[in-house]
Design a protein around this ligand. Structure first.
Ligand code: ZN
Length: 168
């Protein structure tokens, strides 16, 4: 079994910082770790391009010594690596903004103010305005990335058949 997750590129980290600063000032002090997911994940028959999760106490403890995250990370964002590599810069921003839109800063909570919320619709109301040039961006990207995975599957199948023929 291989390792499923991989560190993201510097470019991805930089883009997250930019999105965080520009659109989510309340997350100024939140520690977010981003990872590439090397395996395809589907939901409702569609490729999942990104996910955001809250860390739990155990994860916070395990990541507490990492640079700049003395108390561990508050959120984990995973990105489909194939998808990320196939996306243009504008779509990358859309995706990161969508994932961060799931965060909710609870001022009332002293122990752990970083929470998660679900979509208001299939996207978030705030995002509808920002994505009005391409309201179906998620379907569009999921289709592109789904096709990439299908193509790779087909290539693997053909490769196997070639090997089989050689043996026979
Ligand atoms: Zn979402």
């Amino acid at each position: 079994m291989g390792i499923r997750y991989e560190e993201v590129t510097k470019e991805a980290g930089k883009l997250l910082d930019e999105v965080q600063i520009k659109y989510f000032p309340e997350l100024k002090n939140a520690k977010i770790i981003m990872l590439f997911d090397l395996k395809k994940r589907s939901s409702g028959g569609r490729v999942v391009l990104g996910r955001i999760m809250k860390t739990n106490d155990l994860l916070r403890h395990l990541t507490k010594n990492e640079a700049e995250a003395v108390e561990g990370y508050d959120y984990i964002v995973t990105l489909d690596k194939q998808g990320w590599n196939a996306m243009g810069n504008d779509d990358k921003v859309r995706l990161l903004r969508h994932e961060l839109r799931h965060t909710y800063y609870d001022i009332e909570s002293e122990s752990n103010p970083y929470k998660l919320i679900d979509h208001s619709i299939t996207d978030f109301y705030e995002e509808v305005e920002l994505n009005k040039d391409d309201p179906r961006w998620r379907e569009r990207l999921a289709t592109v990335v789904g096709d990439i995975y299908e193509q790779q599957k087909e290539e693997r199948r053909q490769e196997k058949n070639k090997k089989r023929k050689k043996k026979g």
